[in-house]
Design a binder for this molecule. Sequence first.
Ligand SMILES: [Zn+2]
Length: 401
Amino acid sequence: MMRFTFAARLVFPVDQPPLWNGCLEMENGRVTAVYQRPSPSVAGIKNAIDMGNVALVPGLINAHTHWEFSDLRQPLQPATPFTGWLKSLMQSRRNATTDKATRIQLGATESMAAGCAVVGEIATAGNPVLGTTDWRAPVTSGRTVAFHESIGLRPERREAQLQAARNWLSTPLAEGIIRGLSPHAPYTVHPALLSDLVDLAKARNAPVAMHLAETTAELELLQHGTGEFVEFLDHMGAWDPQAIPRGSRPLDCLRSLEPLSHVLAVHGNYLNAEEQAFVAARPQFTVVYCPRTHAFFGHAPHPWQELLAQGCRVALGTDSRASNPDLSLWNEVVWLRKRFPTVDPALLLKLATQNGAEALGLAAEFGSLVLGKSANVAVVMLPDVRSTDPWELLYAGRMKT
Ligand SMILES: [Zn+2]
């Protein structure tokens, strides 16, 4: 197999500062060298492909999405109350004119086209596409971590939900797909079922993603057993007033999840100081911040900077098209850059790459351009301007699709 060298105006390896006139050398899909050439010219570099005025960054990691809503053209309304949005979501699933396999494929294609190497996908019952061995991710060098979703607040659902999760972990899957589990959220999963799923994931060394501390309504349900979720769950025939002990909080779920090696606490919008300290002290936890989705719902400011300051790993997700106009993780990063101009620009890229790879247990292969790792890169087209600031150029760039 031949070696290729991609030459670019800038290369952002992530584990080291940006390289002007960067070169990325690869063989068999692996990085074999990353270096700076002495001038913009590629003269004398063997098998060089000059990409021109672009930046190469590691393939992005979208730690949280739901591809099955990828046919939606715009986010669903109403954004509030949250249970009103959930009702729209379920209605949209029932009324979808495109079949589920196609919707999932649309999401996969869009994600990969937007420069993602790895996606954390929540896979619901049936898994019609991911559960077939002939499905191919559009970019085969990438990975999909498919978290099988479990929902069951009423105790009588426990055994069937557990069995479905067991089956998922034994199903042959398409190439490039890694199995995970997703107990949906504290308001839809009985604490005993959560405990079963944690035991199962631990035995099978599977990563786990759980929506957690997403809304104030969730906190109210856990604490007092009241609020908008009671009516919503009751309407669904899913409410059980005994399932969640009064006085519960997200911390109880975090404690249940603690034995695992890779836990994604998705959203974490309302983690309190004690819960933030809990996840920050435990490297198995990652809080997945979905910036534009968070803004769509009009939540209180997200504690991502406080979490990072305490040493917690934070990764980024798009969530689905039901709460976001697209599935581009690059657009999340650019959005953050605009709204938080004082945050270290290198940190923003790290959230979108290395942190996501670590969260999903794939840091040995993805998340930075390091010798031996995957050479899966995203190409950002840079503006045609002079600048001495690599970050200014990068974030003014457009993802090449
Ligand atoms: Zn979600």
